[in-house]
Design a binder for this molecule. Structure first.
Ligand SMILES: Nc1ncnc2c1ncn2[C@@H]1O[C@H](COP(=O)(O)OP(=O)(O)OP(=O)(O)O)[C@@H](O)[C@H]1O
Ligand SMILES: [Mg+2]
Length: 362
């Protein structure tokens, strides 16, 4: 007889291969915006785990809650937004319990953020040398031993391959091309060798060649320094290239979470399938998330039941009545939120039992 298998609560372990230590654990996170029209559940019961050296991709249509998830982790949710429930554990530390000062020290030194448009994260009136140098002025303990501030700045600018960095320290952001500005913002996000980089659509504004270089740089930082990356993107081609695991968001919820191979080879949620179906020649071309028929819902007026039901080709009555809870996928922490997928998983398991196989339920 087989020993009973104990499954983790969905999302509390990483579905990616490998067994390095857990760095970030987000559990049942809810962030709402309190607008005049009522509360908007931008992030609604989001659970996932990132291990050291892991790259997790978060994908989903515009407005699905990707950036608000990232900002919630950094505790940078703009008003009228507020984290209303859930935990964010970073290195086993509950971030909600930290003071603003402690949180500020953590940001930059241990968590770095790269944004979509580097112009907004760089200060136009400070030279590149001065603004990158501020990092080490704020976090002197993270300045590499034996380095002056200037030396540390040059070191990280060389690391992100800014050509002729020593000469360019006195230049301003406007003198840099879009790609070079993005390199500077990656240098700033990674300069203190943080354990986690949150990259929110860092390549969207860049052309394809520069995009590829930025991805390569992130991979290199992971491979050489072992940093973890939370990579937010519209681009499934990029996800296939660099991510170990994927969380697909729809209307504030993660509807499917799994290792990257399972997401692409055996997608379970009809939304994930719809995204993949319209993806041309995966891996060979960059593809934007295609538009799926119908509109994403208004988060302030969600229908009862599954938010994807009005657009779902597989919808059944249950979908319109009740919000599906996460069902585990495999043994490693992945999950799917879908009644139709639940039925399919059950049918697969029954077929596997009949044919004498174990069936891993993925
Ligand atoms: N300042 C705000 N005030 C009110 N609601 C907000 C605010 N910011 C975000 N929201 C709500 O949160 C939802 C999620 O926003 P978020 O920025 O996380 O989307 P996203 O997935 O990052 O989209 P995109 O791909 O366009 O960047 C929005 O659809 C909106 O309803
Ligand atoms: Mg966003």
């Amino acid at each position: 007889m087989q020993a009973p298998q104990t499954r983790p609560e969905p999302g509390t372990r990483s579905p990616a291969a490998g067994d390095s230590e857990v760095l970030l654990s987000v559990r049942h996170l809810r962030t709402h915006f309190f607008t005049r029209e009522g509360a908007v559940p931008a992030v609604d019961d989001v659970t996932f785990t990132v291990r050291r050296g892991e790259i997790l991709g978060i994908v989903g249509e515009s407005g699905s809650g990707k950036s608000v998830t990232a900002r919630s982790i950094m505790r940078l949710v703009p008003l009228p937004g507020r984290i209303v429930d859930g935990d964010v554990l970073f290195r086993d530390e509950d971030l909600a319990a930290l003071s603003q000062g402690e949180m500020q020290r953590l940001r930059g030194a241990h968590m770095g953020m790269v944004l979509q448009e580097p112009m907004t994260s760089l200060n136009p009136v400070l030279t590149i040398g001065n603004q990158v140098g501020e990092l080490f002025v704020y976090h002197p303990e993270r300045t590499p031993q034996g380095f002056s501030v200037r030396g540390a700045v040059l070191d990280i600018l060389n690391r992100v391959r800014i050509p002729d960095a020593a000469r360019r320290l006195i230049e301003y952001p406007m003198h840099f091309s879009g790609g070079m500005r993005q390199r500077v913002s990656i240098a700033m996000a990674t300069g203190c060798r943080p354990e986690l980089i949150i990259a929110d659509e860092p390549t969207t504004a860049l052309d394809v060649t520069i995009q590829a270089q930025v991805l390569e740089l992130l991979l290199e930082l992971r491979n050489t320094l072992g940093v973890s990356v939370l990579f937010i993107t519209h681009d499934l081609g990029v996800v296939a290239q660099i991510c170990d695991s994927v969380a697909v968001m729809y209307a504030g919820k993660i509807v499917e979470y799994n290792d990257v191979e399972s997401i692409f080879d055996r997608p379970r949620h009809p939304y994930t399938r719809a995204l993949l179906r319209s993806l041309p020649q995966l891996g060979t071309r960059m593809a934007r998330l295609p538009s799926i028929e119908g509109q994403p819902p208004d988060l302030g007026a969600l229908p009862p039941g599954c938010a994807f039901a009005p657009r779902c080709p597989s919808v059944v009555d249950a979908c319109r009545a009740q919000v599906p809870e996460p069902t585990p996928l495999g043994e490693r922490g992945g999950y799917v939120r879908c009644f139709v997928a639940d039925d399919e998983l059950q049918a697969d398991r029954a077929a596997a039992t009949r044919s004498g196989g174990g069936g891993d339920g993925r």
